[in-house]
Design a protein around this ligand. Structure first.
Ligand SMILES: C[S@@+](CC[C@H](N)C(=O)[O-])C[C@H]1O[C@@H](n2cnc3c(N)ncnc32)[C@H](O)[C@@H]1O
Length: 266
């Protein structure tokens, strides 16, 4: 079925995105050049992408108890989840660059799936820090999917950088957040609906600091998600937002005036 909201919004985005040569904000200009602009591949990218390739050929059948927007139980192959759920390399590599460039170390991800985006985040942490200097948690509701993610983290020797939690976000998130004094990055990539997204945003807010960034996936996937994104942009604590269409970045830097940017990544 064609997602007309998504199609309409992608056309709007491509017409209204800011041209990089007229980008006036030094902060966003630096963000673009250091994290968003396409970069050369590196060993981390090669290893994670070769794992993705393997997963795309993995015929093992696993069960997903979907606590997200679909609310169903489905039995599908690992290759199905690798193709349908994992963030594409271009998107995951932007998150990797953000974590590496700003030397972020306290990170939480909602939605592990097979661990592709989690592997990128952990690999970025490994570039700057030792295991005991960082705190990265990732939460997944479907235990059989989380088990495959755990194998994947081990195969990339990243497991020491990752705390995996299994359970519904609603049940697990409050206790996981108690383990943090501050959050540098939260990547919200599951349960793409208005109420839950706003609920996670509100739970994360008390832990954000001036340099933090909240990253929301699929902000144009549905009208509900776009409503949530528009409301997040208006929140008093949010200053700069950067809309990459597939991801929405919300920053809290008090030194910036409130301003919303749209940038093209493809
Ligand atoms: C899009 S996938 C995550 C993809 C992953 N971040 C990546 O790029 O590799 C979303 C995941 O969130 C999980 N999920 C959705 N809603 C959830 C909820 N309410 N509680 C726990 N897990 C949930 C789903 O089972 C699914 O595996």
């Amino acid at each position: 079925m064609i997602n007309t909201h998504f199609c309409k919004k992608i056309i709007e985005h491509y017409w209204s995105a800011t041209r990089i040569d007229v980008l006036h904000s030094p902060f966003v200009f630096d963000l673009y050049n250091a994290c968003i602009k396409r970069t050369k591949s590196n060993t981390d990218f090669t290893l994670i992408e070769s794992l993705r390739k393997k997963l795309k050929n993995d015929n093992r059948i696993i069960t997903q108890n979907d606590y997200g927007a679909n609310q169903s139980v489905r039995k599908k192959s690992v290759k199905y989840f690798a193709k349908q759920h994992a963030k594409p390399a271009r998107i995951a590599q932007i998150i990797y660059q953000i974590i590496k460039h700003y030397q972020y170390k306290n990170i939480i991800e909602l939605g592990t799936s097979l661990g592709i985006s989690g592997s990128y985040q952990a690999a970025a942490l490994r570039k700057n820090f030792k295991t005991d200097e960082v705190h990265f948690s990732t939460i997944e509701g479907a235990d059989e999917i989380a088990k495959v993610a755990s194998e994947n983290f081990s195969s990339l020797e990243l497991e020491k950088y990752i705390h995996q939690y299994i359970g519904k976000f609603d049940d697990v998130l409050p206790d996981v957040l108690k383990k943090y004094d501050t959050i540098d990055v939260a990547f919200i990539d599951g349960n793409h609906r208005y109420e839950p997204t706003m609920n996670y945003f509100k739970q994360l807010l008390p832990l954000i600091k001036n340099n933090s960034v909240l990253i929301f996936d699929d902000i144009y996937w549905s009208k509900e998600m776009t409503k949530a994104w528009e409301e997040i942009k208006q929140n008093d604590k949010v200053t700069v937002t950067v809309d990459l269409f597939f991801l929405g970045l919300a920053f809290f830097r008090k030194e910036q005036t409130k301003e919303h940017f749209k940038l093209r990544i493809f």
